[in-house]
Design a protein around this ligand. Sequence first.
Ligand code: ATP
Ligand code: MG
Length: 346
Amino acid sequence: MPVLVELRGVSKHYRRADTGETVVAVEDVSLDVHQGEVLGVIGYSGAGKSTLVRLVNALELPSSGSVTVAGQELTAIPEKDRRLARRRIGMIFQQFNLFRSRTIAGNVAYPLKVAGVPKAERDRRVAELLDFVGLLDRAYAYPEQLSGGQKQRVGIARALAASPDLLLADEATSALDPETTSEVLALLRRVNRELGVTIIVITHEMDAVRQIADRVAVMEQGRVVEVGDVYDVFSTPQTDAAQRFVRTALHDRPSPETLARLRERHPGRLVTVQITDEAGLQNRIDAAFRAAGVTAELVYGGVGEIRERRIGSLTYELSASSPTGIDDAIDALRNTGVTTDEEAAA
Ligand SMILES: Nc1ncnc2c1ncn2[C@@H]1O[C@H](COP(=O)(O)OP(=O)(O)OP(=O)(O)O)[C@@H](O)[C@H]1O
Ligand SMILES: [Mg+2]
């Protein structure tokens, strides 16, 4: 897939006004954002996510490195050209940033007005955008008359007004409840799929990444420590940071407390099997148990999907009549490529 955004060795250091100390906000980030994808960027507070966004739309210039968007190296052109380039980039925010004194239609029309689009064309475009986000009937309402989710829909319509190639969403759902969050993420997904807009979603919630992103970049202390397809990062996270985030969004694995409780009720050995989207997996698990003469009782787990691929884990209590039966079953599972956690040993 062609690359829309290319970051090469990008660092951003600030000098703290009070102490004169250097703050490393972004450190040596090289990252490609592909045309047409939704990239999630996840990290804890202070990881450098918002700084990264401001570097991508060239609201700030890096201390070193280059930022290229749609073939234009934003770090190498005059500010007036950067200003034009920025019009091709839409942005939505946690606090919506709507004009309170303007109607919904007025808010969406604003960037078109600034760009000098004639009134008739503006009106047509605003109606089209409000229809797309499902708020045509609220065109003459004011922001304060809308719910948070509706306000963010207006924010999305406004960000799309100038038909950007790229949409940046910085914690756009962090002020919303889970249900409204899902609705807004579903709308962003439509923006991506139906309008072909590339989206960078900045978030500290792995569940949002799970719902919307094709790929995810994990940030820690200014660096991108892991990047990959969302499914791969969820099924085989490579770094501690990614593992911690994945755990917050997958609830199919027993926590240490749950495991302790399970163990009180289940005297047999507890084994957790990781479920992937490999065909025939269930058969291989069953066959391994059968061949070793093991009785398996399902005690915990869940199977869901990410990007239409199966993912999950199942925890079994294993009992065997022969002393080596369970080890044989676990070996057989591992030999067929099934990943198990011998929770009892953990
Ligand atoms: N203008 C600035 N001047 C000085 N330090 C800054 C500035 N902007 C950001 N920083 C520092 O850079 C680091 C990264 O900040 P940033 O806002 O990018 O993090 P974030 O990942 O967006 O965090 P959050 O999840 O809280 O929004 C922080 O230590 C922050 O204090
Ligand atoms: Mg931020």
